[in-house]
Design a binder for this molecule. Structure first.
Ligand code: MN
Length: 200
């Protein structure tokens, strides 16, 4: 059984980048819905009931076929949002350490990485996510549809940005590009570094 994690800060803490109303809807309604639905899908399937969400993401092929799409969409929603809350912070953090080195050697600069991710996020048609992940030991930018994520095919997420309209529409309306550019003001580089350290 999965449970809804509390936000690591107040609902209003990310203003003005993300409105409190967006955080309430996004966390209390959307994320709650994913948790309830994945629990509902897995109830009674013994071997999955105590599995971590990370392990579940890598073992979707073992979920009974009649439940697999529901588990993929809602388990993915639970994992992605749990990550996303921690990747934002009301306190300013700084990119440093091994993640700075890897980003600089792969993309030339943090600014170049951000531009590549923003472009990938704008290019994602419909709903989905844009990712920085480690794949075969290298940093790569990817985007996924719906609530899919890199764990589903062997990648390790370092940064994930939600580009569903529910993540930004109240403030940014239809202009996803503005949301993405502004999002970097609240990134939690410390958490991204933590994920990067665990991935290598
Ligand atoms: Mn979302």
């Amino acid at each position: 059984m999965f449970t809804l994690p509390e936000l690591p800060y107040g609902y209003e803490a990310l203003e003005p980048v993300i409105y409190a109303e967006t955080m309430h809807l996004h966390h209390d309604k959307h994320h709650t819905g994913y948790v309830n639905s994945v629990n509902d899908a897995l109830s009674g399937i013994g071997e999955f009931e105590n599995m971590s969400i990370e392990d579940l993401m890598g073992n979707l092929d073992k979920v009974p076929e009649n439940m697999r799409t529901k588990v993929r969409n809602n388990g993915g929603g639970h994992y992605n949002h749990s990550l996303f809350w921690n990747l934002m912070s009301p306190s300013k953090t700084t990119l440093s350490g091994t993640l700075l080195e890897a980003i600089t050697s792969t993309f030339q600069s943090s600014g170049a990485l951000q531009k590549q991710m923003n472009d990938a996020g704008v290019a994602r048609f419909g709903s989905g996510w844009v990712w920085l992940c480690v794949r075969d030991g290298k940093l790569v930018v990817e985007s996924t549809p719906n609530q899919d994520n890199p764990l589903m095919d062997g990648g390790k997420p370092i940064i994930g940005i939600d580009v569903w309209e529910h993540a930004y529409y109240l403030k940014y309306k239809n202009v996803r590009a503005d949301y993405l550019v502004t999002w970097w003001e609240i990134i939690n580089w410390d958490y991204a570094q933590e994920l990067y350290s665990k991935s290598t």
